[in-house]
Ligand binder design. Structure first.
Ligand code: SF4
Length: 307
């Protein structure tokens, strides 16, 4: 399927979904094509894997419109640089595409300081080789995270979903677009100035809830990413990420509204973008969860301004 046709199909399906029309069943190669079109990548329909060419990278890496504030020139400059994919020094895991063919490991798209890039290269290689928990056996590929390594703001989801695992990038699909809107339209921060990742780097089968041993095994990678990026504020966008970063095994309702610490960073807990998107479909825009999330985002903005 030509990439332009795939993009049209994806746009039509998105429109249909907004209008409440059920999805039609898609063949794996077709699904792969429109998923990749959503991610701005060409597809080889024979193997259902990306070919590497990239037409329209998503907005998260668009040129910044304005810096977060005047004391962040380095991150603004870094956001304009071409993202530098990393190559793992260790052999990556052998992911499988929906068509049953090998799917190569997507390299994270990162910008920023050279030392931080080198540190991430080592971490990425470790994660690609990791089998410390059961998720290492079932994953198709790992999702390292992406964005600006000089970011003052980091978002941490719980784990990669099906679409994230397929394209090897965090926060894609409807939830990802909602997060981009929150960052760019709500926080007025260019999306290319943030760093996005997840607590756990491998997808749980069927998007089931994480088991405690899986969160515990993968926590070290997130801690090292935070230590490398050194953000001022970390938004834990999900209950499990909030629990791990706060050190408290409480419901998300109890974790919201408080500030925690992860290294030098302030941690703010809020709902996951996917959950928010589901609540919008159910209750419409401006529902209680939207309002609560906006309160959390304003808290994060205040911390950014004062830190
Ligand atoms: S989820 Fe984390 S700890 Fe488990 S195998 Fe994947 S990288 Fe390793």
């Amino acid at each position: 399927m030509p990439a332009s046709l795939a993009a049209q199909l994806y746009a039509r399906l998105s429109l249909d979904r907004r209008l409440g029309v059920k999805f039609i069943a898609l063949a794996p190669a077709t699904r792969a094509a429109w998923l990749a079109a959503a991610a701005g990548k060409k597809i080889d329909k024979k193997i259902g894997a990306e070919t590497g060419a990239k037409k329209n990278d998503r907005k998260i890496f668009a040129a910044p419109r304005a810096p977060v504030n005047s004391d962040a020139p380095a991150s603004a400059a870094a956001a304009t640089a071409t993202p530098a994919p990393l190559s793992p020094t260790a052999a990556p895991s052998p992911p499988i595409s929906p068509t049953g063919e090998p799917l190569r490991q997507t390299e994270p798209r990162l910008t920023g300081d050279a030392e931080k890039l080198a540190a991430c290269r080592a971490q990425f290689a470790e994660i690609c080789a990791c089998r410390a928990c059961a998720l290492g056996a079932s994953r198709r590929q790992v999702v390292f995270g992406e964005g600006n390594l000089d970011a003052r703001l980091m978002f941490v989801g719980d784990y990669p979903g099906k679409d994230e695992e397929f394209v090897g990038r965090p926060f894609v699909g409807n939830g990802g677009q909602l997060l981009t809107d929150i960052v760019e339209k709500g926080m007025k921060i260019p999306a290319g100035e943030v760093f996005l990742t997840t607590l756990v780097k491998c997808r749980p089968p069927g998007n089931r809830p994480l088991k405690p041993d899986e969160s515990a095994a993968c926590e070290q990678f997130l801690r090292r990413q935070i230590a490398t990026v050194k953000p001022r504020v970390v938004v834990a966008a999900g209950q499990t990420a909030g629990q791990i970063l706060s050190g408290r095994q409480e419901e998300i309702a109890a974790l919201r509204g408080q500030n925690f610490k992860a290294g030098e960073a302030t941690v703010v807990v809020t709902y996951s973008p996917v959950f928010l998107w589901q609540m919008r479909r159910k209750y419409g825009r401006g529902n209680d969860y939207d309002r609560q999330t906006w309160a959390d985002i304003q808290r994060a903005l205040r911390e950014l301004e004062t830190s």
